[in-house]
Design a binder for this molecule. Sequence first.
Ligand code: GCB
Length: 606
Amino acid sequence: MNNIISELYPVNNEVRNAQLLDGLWRFCFDPEGSGEREGWQEKGIPGAVSMPVPASFSDIFTEAWKRDYCGDFWYETDIFLQEYREDRQYIIRFGSVTHRCTVWLNGMQIAEHEGGFLPVLADVTGAIRPGKNRLSVKANNELNETSIPCGATAVQKDGRKLASGYFDFFNYSGIQRSVWLEQIPAVSILDYSLSFELDGADAIVNYEVSAGGAFDASEGVTAVLKLTDADGNTAAGACGFRGSFRVENAHLWKVRGAYLYSLAICLEKDGSLLDRYDARVGIRTVKIDGEKILINGEPVYLKGFGKHEDFEVLGRGFNYAVAKRDYECMKWIGANCFRTSHYPYAEEWYRMADEEGFLIIDEVPGVGMMRSFANFAAAGAGASNGFFGDCPDVELLQKNHRQAVTEMILRDKHHPSVFAWSIFNEAETVTDAAHDYFAPLFDLARKLDPEKRPVTGVLEKTSSPERCKCYPLMDFICLNRYYGWYISGGKLEDAREQMVGEMDAWAAKKLNVPFLFTEFGTDTLDTLHKLPSVMWTQEYQQEYMEMNFSVFDSYPFVQGELAWNFADFQTGQGIMRVNGNKKGIFSRNRQPKAAAFTMKKRWEEK
Ligand code: GCB
């Protein structure tokens, strides 16, 4: 884990410089896994083709084996540095490399990272030189039962490897997020933490700043903070590495009514500036109070989606235009929340949510912890297994999971949009081994978050009120339920009865916590209509939604509904999927299906 290099998002100001390295890089596959042995990191990669960064490589090519490629693959680019300065620290920052990588600069190894959805950081001070530098990345996208997400890698008849995730999304891989070269002062701000209390019209901001490098606080270096409101007026200030300050008549960050202050965090010595980090701050509180979710002390009902980072050609590559369109569609439909199913998204998503006033449940890639390539279907049929009891190396799995929780919270704790952490999606939760596996991960999240946001996990059907051993770990309970699709598909009245049966059993437990439906939905073709409806038509999706809504509305502890999915998305191939999962309320190219109008009407009124 890269715990000494700052996770802070790159900024540009008078002392910090962040240069984007995105563009066309050189790329090649390494099916034999021999590149490192053969010294490609020193000699350069052989037979390279050009490859856009950021993007998944998968949907760029026209050959099936390249789309489905599993194993090692390499990226390479040149970085030009005009001048090397002794008083600077040089950092290379990948938003992510999926699922693991080793990185070299001019043949010298500078980073190694496990996990495909969080930043890879390398301190290249001393390794980078003026002029041209070669940056080489060996990445690998195999899946196994100790990686998160979990899956398996099989060797096919022709010798090629094939990854099969124990999850329902395509194993998109590559350098899917932006890459930066940062130049920061040798004495620099490593991290900061904020938490908020409301006091009448004022807010108290508790803060802590940590610094590193050639640094010794006793030598008279101090932190100076200045908070500026959206009109550019000074709102508050403070001195010292930790403390608190009062913001009079604080302008709160509200759900769908965002307000962001600017916070300049400076390191100073004898009045001269050593470092400065510019942060955006949303003042708001989060609390669970009985069955309610409170933001700034006021109950909020969550409306929105489980999403994916997914689009034509880009795969999981971040693209501002697609993200902006998604926010516009979510605003149009009256949503206020989404879950980053099933992995932390590119940081730009959170920065945009901060501005747009959306709430986010931030999820680690703790998905596939049930040995079935389609646990959603297996669960519907009542299947379950003891994943944690017979996982080949549960300690290694937990170590990787712990690392993802740590890196996610370190990266995302500053966002007002993030109001909860999700530790898993649809894991096996019915054994004592599962409870023992998850309990320390919940504790870790609670310990790391300065704001003590709620921590949750997402339960599939087998995690029933009678059998689930993990729901007591959660601050609110998230249910993925498909009554009327995987269960009693096409028979909405039977489905309603079964759903009510389960909800009555939860109600009888009197847990006094909020419940969210984090998934419910039907595969629906955006070309298909039929009256009376049948499964897969747009009419059926609407009727299914109406049935679900009427059940949600009869249980006051249901405090939110995040439909599955915002948009159609790519999956692996199989008889359950028609070129991907079609449960989108929007098509893959972000046009509304009929149910979108049903939801818009409800959500605008609710
Ligand atoms: C689920 C999973 C999600 C699937 C969905 C489905 O329960 O959490 O990843 O895509 O069901 O459509 O079956």
